[in-house]
Design a protein around this ligand. Structure first.
Ligand code: MGD
Ligand code: MGD
Ligand code: SF4
Ligand code: MO
Length: 891
């Protein structure tokens, strides 16, 4: 193992499903630097803003360094004994279904494999589900309905070889940035047409040929209309349909009844008929068409139908299994695919085998030599937490996911975690979920652990360790095996490292597999430990016999009993909960450019936080007017499930009647700004995936009476505030505070945040009317330790200068000390403004200045400032700044 390596280690980015290769190096002082791996086929040397900042996420701030029982640090022995004995006792008393695991697409394949094996083969329950339930479950269910197995036929080259790429329910520019860059490069070379289907005008929609801003949840209607159109105009591949599919006539009949004309589709989707026609004609005319889909499709009460409505169009035209064609579900998490391969979903067994075939169950039982194999699917995430809440599940182990934030109806999930008899959490850092744990197990993080992940195009890559494990943390596979051993299953979990686990996983994929399961990596089952260490990225299948298939589904044969793919007749249906008089706005939730999920890592990196430093809800101008909301107001948002507060941004990119809130904000970073408590737990009937993209809410303005800003070296969690959020900066944190109390009460409340011990060194000022308050504290050396400013809304002085002082440990000069309470620098300082390009830390003011000096294109602004010249995710924002300047110039 390469601990503290001075040379570069080839590993893989732990964020999105693009699965970029990373070269990481640890310096003697522990500082980690990263760059894109030029030899990795996913990214060929590039990294996006999140990947490029990985070196800034490996610090110890917030890390869990030792096991804890009831909040008290303890030894591994004691913690593991307790976990094993409590699980064993619970199973003995209440049966195997009284225990459960909730795991994650961010675990490595080896971690995932042993967790699944323990629960399904040895504890004997199907109760292991994963956060992929919130993410990929509808795609899995749709693929299984259409193809008979969870097959993703697409590869990244398809996006480069297509003439038309349809991006539906995907904000590729922000969520799969490197893949988006590859697409844009191909477009520059060959003129690829891009259609974006998304109710919002996203950064992805900013660079396309046609944006269809459909009403939320109307995708089935749109794609049914497309299928009906293809049948009507005769763009159906009859040979393919009759040789390789079934269900064509029924699917077309259903689609035609649902969507008889583009006009009907246009009315139902809330878009112009000419745009519908343009899309249909483009698709009909373009042989090489790829349809990429992600959470706008999956996270819906009809997500599986949406997937099949899309797949139907590709099957009808035979545009699948060939270069530049195909439906392409892009995965979110780094190892969402690996999790599906090992069978981490409660309704899958292992290695693409399921509970619906008794032969599969028997086969897996024999392979594992399992004493008590599960014979039935377990509880899916939403049902699982309900069962935890009502006491059916009494012992729960959560690994690598933060359900207190990311589950829908998160308020109820938190109550369930609180009520759970015995809760074990394995994580890398403190989170809103770890707060509820009876036993907390410190897991080794990225850079410290070894294993494999599979990306969106089925490519397996190695993650490799390049730094020593922090504190007493251990890799997840080892923790699971240690517990299994203590539960009496030692023989089956006697692995000496991830390579041994991987070999077993590979062998299972090939076990009695004579072509029935396309997931076959049997050729890797005989790897030595050295082979495994050197494993270069490769796509599955890697079958034991024969050469690896270059392309899946190329022969028109599918892993169904009759070898045919199935078109599925689907009909458009409404969302699970419709908007109405009490909750008139459809709330959509999703991702911001520089944040990863619940911000446990990206939220600690100043340059990643500075593009969107506060929780913001975007609403359409008409809705803002109706509610009397303006930019910068504090909004109170409530659904039937819970509430949140966020700053308002009025945006023309938002459809009237809808709003967008990022999914990221947890209790570690803001008061009540999470999407989880608002989101609906209603699920798709086939996949069990919740409708995270649609929940009816009402929004009103909070009467904010005071605002404040605390600049401090300390990381604290304020309590008692109506609203706060925090942002990391060099040297500490900046807290934005506000409230609806009177200003003097606001001052009292805010002052409590100043550490008591600093009181002597505190200089303070309160104005005569008691409306504004300013305070600053210096450390022993005379450098700024913290500063607090409180004032009525709109009257806070700028805090940029105070923030810049925090980063320096230099004692303040007399003039600076004098100026502290004004908040203003004694000498003018350039303010770069909110960061737009986080790769090169370029602020909005610098870009505006470059535009003002005559740079009027992305290229010239990039040449002058470097903004937008690396990962490209900020290019649409730069384009907007240029366009705004043009508009102003024209006025
Ligand atoms: N920056 C960043 N990148 C990430 C992640 C991250 O946290 N941050 N997470 C990763 C993960 S796990 C995932 S799953 C992926 C998700 O990647 P994406 O699915 O691309 O991202 P989202 O923002 O969740 O949702 C995509 C879009 O669906 C749209 N949408 C909402 N409702 C509908 C609808 O009814 N129909 C259609 N057609 N569209 C709709 C939303 O407006 C949104 O723009 O991103 C991955 N990449
Ligand atoms: N409202 C709304 N909710 C959503 C979504 C949405 O669009 N809207 N999207 C959903 C989707 S697609 C997803 S994927 C989920 C993501 O939701 P989560 O999985 O809850 O989000 P993360 O913040 O990625 O949580 C991962 C946790 O694992 C820890 N961790 C990282 N590496 C390791 C490791 O190696 N071992 C262990 N043991 N722990 C580790 C991290 O510190 C972190 O606490 O959110 C879902 N929730
Ligand atoms: S696109 Fe960015 S986040 Fe995704 S794998 Fe590549 S570097 Fe990581
Ligand atoms: Mo996801």
């Amino acid at each position: 193992m390469q601990d503290g390596s001075a040379t570069e280690v080839q590993t893989t980015c732990p964020y999105c499903g693009v699965g970029c290769g990373v070269l990481a190096r640890t310096a003697a002082d522990g500082a980690v630097t990263v760059r894109g791996d030029p030899d990795h086929p996913a990214n060929l040397g590039k990294l996006c803003s999140k990947g490029a900042a990985l070196g800034e996420t490996t610090g110890l701030d917030g890390r869990l360094l030792a096991p804890q029982i009831g909040g008290r640090e303890t030894s591994w022995e004691e913690a593991l004994d307790l976990v094993a004995s409590r699980f064993t006792q619970t199973i003995a008393r209440y049966g195997p279904n009284a225990v459960a695991f909730y795991v994650s697409g961010q675990l490595l394949t080896e971690d995932y494999y042993v967790a699944n094996k323990l629960m399904k083969g040895f504890i004997g329950s199907g109760n292991i589900d994963t956060n992929s339930r919130l993410c990929m479950a509808s795609s899995v269910a749709g693929h299984r309905r259409a193809f008979g197995e969870d097959i993703v036929p697409g590869v990244y080259e398809d996006l480069e070889q297509a003439d038309l790429v349809v991006l539906t329910g995907s904000n590729l520019a922000w969520c799969h940035p490197i893949l988006h860059q590859r697409l844009l490069q191909a477009r520059a070379a060959r003129g690829t047409k891009i259609v974006v289907i998304d109710p919002r005008r996203t950064a992805t929609a900013d660079v396309c040929d046609l944006h269809l801003a459909i009403d939320p949840g109307t995708d089935v209607l749109l794609f049914n209309g497309l299928l009906a159109h293809l049948a009507r105009v005769g763009v159906v591949d009859q040979t393919y349909v009759s040789a390789s599919t079934s269900g064509f006539a029924e699917a077309v009949a259903s689609a035609s009844a649902d969507a008889p004309s583009p006009e009907v589709v246009a009315a139902g989707c809330g878009i112009a008929a000419e745009d519908v026609r343009a899309f249909y004609e483009m698709f009909a005319a373009t042989e090489r068409s790829v349809t990429v889909y992600s959470q706008g499709v999956n996270q819906s009460a009809h997500g599986t139908d949406k997937v099949n409505a899309i797949v139907n169009c590709h099957l009808a035209t035979g545009r699948i299994g060939r270069p530049g064609t195909g439906p392409f579900s892009v995965t979110g998490q780094p190892n969402a695919m690996g999790g599906r391969e090992v069978g981490g979903l409660a309704n899958q067994l292992a290695a693409h085998m399921g509970f619906d075939a008794p032969d599969d169950i028997d086969r897996v039982a024999r392979f594992w030599n399992a004493p008590s194999i599960a014979r039935q699917a377990g509880l899916k995430a939403v049902d699982l937490f309900e069962a935890v809440g009502d006491g059916r599940v009494k012992a729960l182990w959560i690994m690598g996911t933060n359900p207190a934030v990311s589950m829908p109806d998160a308020g109820r999930v938190r109550s369930a975690l609180k009520a759970c008899d015995f809760l074990v959490v394995s994580d890398v850092t403190q989170t809103d979920t770890t707060r509820h744990a009876d036993v907390l197990l410190p897991a080794a993080g990225w850079g410290e652990k070894r294993g494999t992940v599979t990306n969106s195009e089925r490519r397996l890559s190695r993650q490799r360790a390049f730094m020593p494990t922090a504190g007493d943390a251990r890799p997840d596979w080892r923790i699971v095996c240690d517990v299994a051993r203590r539960m009496g299953f030692g023989k089956a979990f006697d692995f000496d490292g991830p390579a041994a686990i991987f070999r077993e996983h590979a062998a299972l994929s090939a076990f009695e597999n004579v072509g029935g399961r396309l997931f076959d990596i049997g050729a890797l089952a005989d790897m030595t430990d050295t082979d495994y260490e050197r494993l270069v990225p490769r796509r599955w299948p890697q079958p034991t016999h024969g050469t690896p298939a270059g392309r899946l589904l190329a022969d028109g044969r599918f892993p169904t009993p009759d070898g045919r793919a199935r078109l599925v007749a689907v009909r458009q249906e409404g969302p699970a909960l419709a908007v109405g008089a009490t909750h008139p706005i459809a709330l959509n939730t999703g991702r911001a450019r520089d944040q990863w999920h619940t911000m446990t890592r990206t939220g600690r990196v100043p340059r990643l936080m500075s593009n969107a430093p506060e929780p913001v809800i975007e609403i359409a101008p008409v809705d803002a007017d109706r509610q009397g909301l303006a930019d910068g107001d504090l909004a109170h948002i409530s659904s039937r499930h819970g509430f949140a507060r966020a700053r308002v941004r009025v945006s023309t990119g938002q459809k009237p009647g809808s709003a967008f809130l990022p999914m990221h904000w947890s209790g570690q970073f803001a008061a009540h700004a999470g999407a989880g408590p608002l989101s609906s737990p209603l699920t798709d009937p086939f996949s069990g995936q919740p409708e995270l993209k649609h929940v009816p809410v009402r929004i009103h303005r909070e009467a904010v009476a005071w605002t404040g800003v605390l600049v401090t070296r300390r990381g604290i969690r304020p309590t008692g505030f109506v609203h706060w959020s925090r942002q990391p900066v060099d040297g500490g944190w900046v807290y934005a505070l506000c409230g609806t109390e009177t200003p003097d009460q606001g001052i009292l409340l805010s002052r409590q945040l100043l550490e008591d011990s600093r009181r002597e060194a505190l200089v303070e000022y309160t104005d005569r009317r008691g409306l504004t308050y300013r305070a600053a504290a210096l450390d022993g050396a005379g450098a700024l330790a913290e500063a607090l400013l409180v004032a009525p809304p709109g009257q806070l002085p700028p805090s940029d200068w105070l923030v810049s002082l925090l980063g320096s440990l230099e004692p303040l000069r007399p003039a600076e000390r004098m100026a502290l309470l004004s908040g203003r620098s004694p000498v003018p300082m350039p303010v770069i403004g909110r960061i737009v390009c986080s790769c090169f830390n370029v602020g909005v003011n610098q870009i505006a200045a470059s535009v003002a000096s005559g740079c009027r294109s992305l290229e010239t602004v990039g040449a002058g400032t470097r903004a937008g010249t690396n990962c490209g995710s900020c290019r649409s924002e730069i384009r907007r700044i240029i366009d705004e300047a043009r508009l102003q110039a024209a006025e």
